[in-house]
Design a binder for this molecule. Sequence first.
Ligand code: HAM
Length: 425
Amino acid sequence: MALQRPKGTQDLLPSQTAKWQYLEEMMRKVCREYGYEEIRTPIFEATELFQRGVGETTDIVNKEMYTFLDKGERSITLRPEGTASVCRAYVENKLYAGPQPVKLYYIGPMFRYERPQTGRYRQFHQFGVEVLGSEKPVVDAETISLVWDLYQRLGLKNLEVHINSVGCPSCRADHRQKLQEFLAPRREELCPDCQDRFERNPLRILDCKNPKCQKLTQGAPTTADTLCEDCQGHFNALQELLQAAGVVFRVNPRLVRGLDYYRKTAFEVMVEEIGAQSAICGGGRYDGLTEEIGGPPTPGIGFAMGMERVLAAIEVQKAMPDQVERPFVMVAALGKEAEGKGFALLQALRHAGIPAGMDLLGRGLKAQLKNADRQEAKLALLIGEEELQKDSFILRDLSLGEQQEFPWQDALALISQRYREEHGS
Ligand code: HAM
């Protein structure tokens, strides 16, 4: 039996990679405009980084990590997300010693052993942004505005931007206690996972997808009810800044993120049309994380978006511009000598920056012209026996069906001129 790719992974074929490149270019462009620089960290890290960074009580660390021992008996994990790695790199490379804040972005594959379904993969790709070194709400507003601007630029509609504040360790302790008091009489009715979460991380119960748990938590105290003065002030300032920037958002007091490191701001962006896995972006503030992994206390905020899901949203909303690069001219040569002459011209055209192609299967003239049509080339340049003799060529406009003969020496200049006329340069 022919071998197949592992479950939850994808082959991205040329018809798709063109769309990926479009998306990546747009992301890089917006990052440049906002003053974010790219960071590339390893695909695998010491397992401990994620245990300490992402958190022992999360599904990611408990159930979803690709962890193995390498030949040196070290426990290694394929990165399930990028934030912990970026914080590690910030500390390890002493980026805290330079000007602050440090504004970084990354694009790359992440790995989670989840149950594959539409929009959920075991290898998926994130575009993420992390800002380290500022605790000010204006940074929260900047990152959320970047997400908003990018989606506007991509032409996405029906976005739901939800924001919340999950508080800091001091107001969280208060919330935890109130939530446990609320849930205690219903504890036995919660799903087994949530019974487990009751002691370890009750906040996550608010995020459980089980309909019964959702019903049981109706009316439960939210983090927004227990924010301390500092967290409330931060949250208010963020909302004012977002309004000033024209970002359309909604405060969702039940928004709880699936990773342990969040403090104060948490946010998600949803596009319902792409199905059950509708979160195209998630992020928030993580002021304790850098310290947690052994660095100096450093505030941080960021987000990551699942690129497969962003592309799915672009696809359902038909917002993808045509990505196919068509040859401007196809050289159709007949016979060995003509082929040599045609090939030299083909290369000269390419060196002049003109997308050009040639038959690579030794087909007859009719098949070559048919191929040029199929590729939606604008022009075909023909050289056969007769043209060789006369040192000429025939230029055929494939859309008009008209053709004309020219001296060979004019070929490059003529096609270059046509190309410039067509492309306005
Ligand atoms: P996250 O919410 O776990 O956050 O993931 C961010 C986004 O990655 C999700 O909203 C979703 O679009 C995409 N995603 C997650 N898992 C999958 C999957 N299995 N298949 C396809 N797409 C997926 C983080 O990863 C944080 N590191 C975000 C962050 C950065 N917070 C602060 N800085």
